[in-house]
Design a protein around this ligand. Sequence first.
Ligand SMILES: [Zn+2]
Length: 384
Amino acid sequence: MISLHLLFCMAALTGGTVSTRIIPRYDGLLMELTSSEVITDSITITGYSVNVRPGHRVIMPEAFLPFWVFGWEPDADSCGFTVELTDAVDSLEYSLREDGRVMLIFFRAAEPLLFPELSWKGPPREPAYSDSEQIYSDSSIIAALEMGQQSPWLDDFDCIVIDPGHGGRDPGAVGYTGTFEKDRALEIALLVRDILNIRRPDLEIVMTRSTDCYVSLGARTRLANSMKADLFISIHCNAATNSSANGFETFFLSRARTDDSRAVEMLENSVIEYDEGYDAASHTFQDDALSFLLADIAQNIYLERSSSLAVEIQDSMADRFTGNASRGVKQAGFYVLRGALMPSVLVEIAFISNPGEEQMLQSLDFRLASAEAIVDAVLKFAEQ
Ligand SMILES: [Zn+2]
């Protein structure tokens, strides 16, 4: 095993301070450096040596040391230091946020690890799944839906469910060089959670999964219903047999309107074969018919709000990704959105089957920008 060498060279700047926050994740540690001054107008990074100027003293948090760093050496003639990383670190990614005051450094773990003791806001909220838990048995909710009214809990906007597509034995689409949709979707979803936690600490953010594990499609919406969530956002990466297909698109639940939408629908719905309780011959679940009837009613009730959320997300992505093609807002019949008793959308961030976009998905910069675009849209939607 080879240790990586990380070098922060930070020139002293009078009066400047940098606060450090560690955001532990299953796939590594996200280190957030927030500066009182604009960090730089130029940032140069070669290999794993990071130069930020003008920069500041960075205090390496104690908790960070045992797992990730063998030790660090303050430079004698500057405020920089050299860090020797442990084998726990597989690679390093960084991103300077556009306001120039926040730098994110992501230490990708060599193995999935859990550091509950380092948790900055408690361990990820991921309630136990219960297949028997059926909100459809709540008569007041059924009554409201049958009268064409929205779910009663939606009056207060206080809980969002974020759903990283696929996971565990279901890799999702496989990229041109063999990377998995499930990994990129999870990374972006975790960033959405992290940023929402920072920008709106009052909102409860629930993940359908925060590790590489398998969750059935039905369990994802059941969780959102049982949490009485106000929004359900499913995050995916697109794929097509034509490797030049590219761009981003946002879907809300409906019957697919175009051949293109139908293709995405088939791709995302094919996961269903991984689900237990699915009867491939009849294309049905062993779920009760009532829940599907209510799902249809709910779909109509939330059609307008789901489509307006989809428009917000698509616009927000288009603002940030001027170089990427906006494929627009579309309608399709995704199983994962079916049964959600709240506005719900599915975002296809980019085509993992496209070599250029697969590479883009592997950069923290791009994933962060995608996550911020989604967060901007969600917060805008929340104000409505
Ligand atoms: Zn997918």
